[in-house]
Structures are given as C-alpha cells and as structure tokens.
Design a protein around this ligand. Structure first.
Ligand SMILES: Cc1cc2nc3c(=O)[nH]c(=O)nc-3n(C[C@H](O)[C@H](O)[C@H](O)COP(=O)(O)OP(=O)(O)OC[C@H]3O[C@@H](n4cnc5c(N)ncnc54)[C@H](O)[C@@H]3O)c2cc1C
Length: 175
C-alpha cells in the first residue's frame, strides 16, 4: 500500500479482482490511517487476506494517527477485528509490544497457525524472527524484488527518513 492518494484506488482494484474470481490476492492496511477499520469492514464479504502494518509514509493528522501509542492501539483494534471476522492476517511488524499482543491473543483464543502468519522485512530482528518460528508460528520474509527495486527503496526512504536510522542500526546489529 502506497500513500493516501492511492488507498481507495488500491482497495477498489482488490475488490475488482475478487469480483472477477481471482482468489490469490490480498491487500495491505496501515494502522496509522483513521479510515482503516471502515475499509476492513467494507471488504468483509471477501474474508480477505490482509497484511496489517503500521504504515510508513508521513500523512496529515486529519487522516492519520501520528502518536506512536495511538498507532499501536489502532493496530491492536484492527488485528482483533480481523481475527474475530475470519480474515487471514499477515501480522507485519517488528514492534515488540505488538508481536507480544498478537502472540498472547493467538494463544488465548487457540488460533490455529494456518489462520495467520507473521511477516518481517529481510534482515530486521532476525533473532526474534527465529524465536517466532521456534514457537511454531509461520513467518513470511518481505523482499523487494524486480527491476524497480532501487526506485522503490529510495522512494520509501525519502518518504520516511526514520527508516534510514533503522537500517543503519540493523546493519551494525545495534537494535
Ligand atoms: C512485510 C511488511 C510489509 C510492509 N508493507 C508496507 C506497505 O505496503 N505500506 C506501508 O506503508 N508500509 C509497509 N510496511 C512498513 C510498515 O508500515 C512500518 O513502517 C515498518 O514495518 C516499521 O514498523 P514496525 O511495526 O516494525 O514498528 P517500529 O516501531 O517502526 O519498529 C520496531 C523496531 O523494528 C526495527 N525496524 C523497523 N523497521 C526497520 C527497517 N526498515 N530496517 C531496520 N530495522 C527496522 C527497529 O529496531 C525498530 O525499533 C511493511 C512492513 C512489513 C514488515
């Protein structure tokens, strides 16, 4: 999912594909967007495969939560909604409180590992990734791939320079 001018277009594309009978598609929902719960509710008939992330772009406060705790709370609310309504979530986060929230929720509700997966970026929090695998969860690694990988990566860096700090720390094993 790109930034807000593309949210509706992307979700419409998903809807169109599902209507045409394509089942092996999913979409991303960003927890910082105030509209996200409504978007999820609207797509309920498809029982979608949805990647849940915090969101990487810098959006206006009128449409997005800016406070870290608010983004976390909304992430938790969205994850609960997705589980309660039988969607298939990709829990795409490296944030420890959110990973722990998801693990607790899964354990408490005895959710089978075929009903969800964790997702992480290649090279980020690899020890934690291995712990999740040892605990019996499925986990998918995200790798930007294709001819336009450089344009894609630099665009995201420009949108959110904080990512550069994360990458620096990850390379030198600081985080
Ligand atoms: C599989 C996957 C797909 C994604 N797809 C999208 C998308 O389609 N649209 C979108 O807007 N965003 C996407 N994102 C990015 C996401 O929205 C967040 O910006 C990003 O994951 C950081 O948020 P966090 O939940 O990991 O928490 P944070 O609090 O930001 O990070 C927690 C910790 O993880 C580490 N970390 C996080 N990100 C990085 C990094 N890039 N490099 C090194 N260390 C890092 C740091 O140690 C940080 O302290 C995706 C993320 C993942 C994992």
């Amino acid at each position: 999912m790109e930034n807000s001018p593309y949210t509706t277009k992307t979700l419409n594309l998903y809807r169109e594909l599902r209507e045409k009978g394509f089942d092996n598609v999913g979409f991303v929902i960003q927890a910082y967007m105030r509209r996200s719960l409504d978007d999820l509710k609207e797509l309920a008939p498809y029982k979608p495969n949805v990647r849940l992330c915090k969101g990487i772009y810098v959006e206006a406060e009128s449409i997005a939560y800016r406070d870290k705790e608010e983004v976390r709370s909304n992430y938790k609310r969205l994850l609960e909604f997705v589980f309660e309504n039988g969607y298939y979530p990709g829990i795409a986060t490296h944030d420890e409180p959110l990973i722990q929230f998801a693990e607790d929720y899964i354990k408490r509700n005895q959710i089978d590992k075929s009903k969800y997966e964790f997702q992480m970026l290649l090279g980020v929090r690899e020890n934690r990734r291995d712990e999740l695998l040892r605990a019996g969860h499925n986990l998918r690694i995200y790798v930007p791939f294709g001819e336009d990988w450089y344009g894609y990566s630099t665009r995201r860096l420009k949108e959110n320079p904080e990512v550069a700090g994360h990458i620096f720390k990850a390379i030198f094993g600081i985080s």
